[in-house]
Design a protein. Structure first.
Ligand code: 13P
Length: 287
């Protein structure tokens, strides 16, 4: 069932668990995430970056594939199709393509411009029944060419953006996209607690879910995080399983080169990672 992310995140925030956003790259990814969410009776968010959308030939292709797959696989758990780190133009493209949720990442604009653009997009998204995420304080690391330095968000600016009526808010708290470096100092729970206090019951979003230790994930959820984004970890699992298959020479045995066989271990590995995250985030049996 394709839905906006609003209700599933409000329920998560109230119930003190988080819904996973798993970024998709192709058919195998989408199928693996949808089947696992269904198996675990968990709501789920499919994240699509602008780069991944382009790779899949455009947001229209992505929306058509996701909708058809939900139907063909009889997926009954709530699924949101969400633009990840969207530009202003990207948001309009996804609205037109039939996404059920968008993220406008205006964190690199001066706050006044972030407010102005977010206000407009909140209005448009809500009129059409989509949910919308905004961001304050950039997320560190690099994702699809979007580079952030990982600064912590200003709680007053968070309140300013939250008051525009967004459905979820990503606040930088020292989190980074990709693997965390050895010298990473951890999440700033002081920032998270201050933001949480300012924004009332707004579902908060934790980007850079790959490699955050379990205790920090749990603490973040207790402080209002209701959506956690995971991308790199599924890519690493897929790559490791595929490498193992090829290094064992399995692609050269019988019809092992058939893409349906060659990509199967990777797809299973994505499922295992998604299963593990859904359990950790506490969203199993919440559909
Ligand atoms: P990771 O790649 O670190 O899991 O981050 C994903 C993310 O935050 C997508 O927006």
């Amino acid at each position: 069932m394709l839905v906006s992310a609003k209700e599933m995140l409000q329920k998560a925030r109230e119930g003190k668990y988080a819904v996973g956003q798993f970024n998709i790259n192709n058919l195998e990814w989408t199928k693996a995430v949808l089947l696992t969410a269904q198996e675990m009776k968990s709501p789920v968010i499919l994240g699509v970056s602008e780069g991944a959308g382009k790779y899949m030939t455009g947001f229209g292709t992505v929306a058509a594939m996701v909708k058809a797959m939900i139907d063909e696989l009889n997926i009954t758990v709530p699924v949101a199709l969400h633009l990840d780190h969207g530009t202003y133009d990207g948001c309009y493209k996804c609205i037109k393509a039939g996404f059920s949720s968008i993220m406008f990442d205006g964190s690199h604009y001066p706050i006044a411009e972030n407010v102005e653009k977010t206000t407009e997009l909140v209005h448009v998204a809500h009129q059409l029944g989509l949910s919308i995420e905004a961001e304050v304080g950039s997320i560190g690391g690099e994702e699809d060419g979007v580079v952030g330095m990982g600064e912590c968000a200003d709680p007053d600016e968070c309140k300013q953006i939250a008051d525009l009526g967004v459905d979820m808010l990503a606040a930088g708290i020292g989190n980074i996209h990709g693997k965390y470096p050895e010298n990473w100092t951890g999440l700033s729970f002081e920032t998270l607690a201050a933001v949480n206090e300012k924004v009332g019951d707004m579902p908060l979003v934790l980007h850079g879910g790959t490699g955050i230790p379990e205790d920090m994930i749990k603490k973040a959820i207790s402080l209002g995080v209701a959506k956690i984004n995971v991308n790199t970890e599924c890519q690493l699992s897929f790559a490791a399983a595929t490498r193992e298959y090829i290094e064992a020479g399995k692609d050269q045995q019988g019809k092992g080169f058939d893409p349906r066989k060659l990509l199967a271990p990777g797809a299973e590995a994505i499922k295992a990672t998604v299963r593990e995250k859904i359990e950790l985030f506490g969203s199993a049996n919440k559909a």
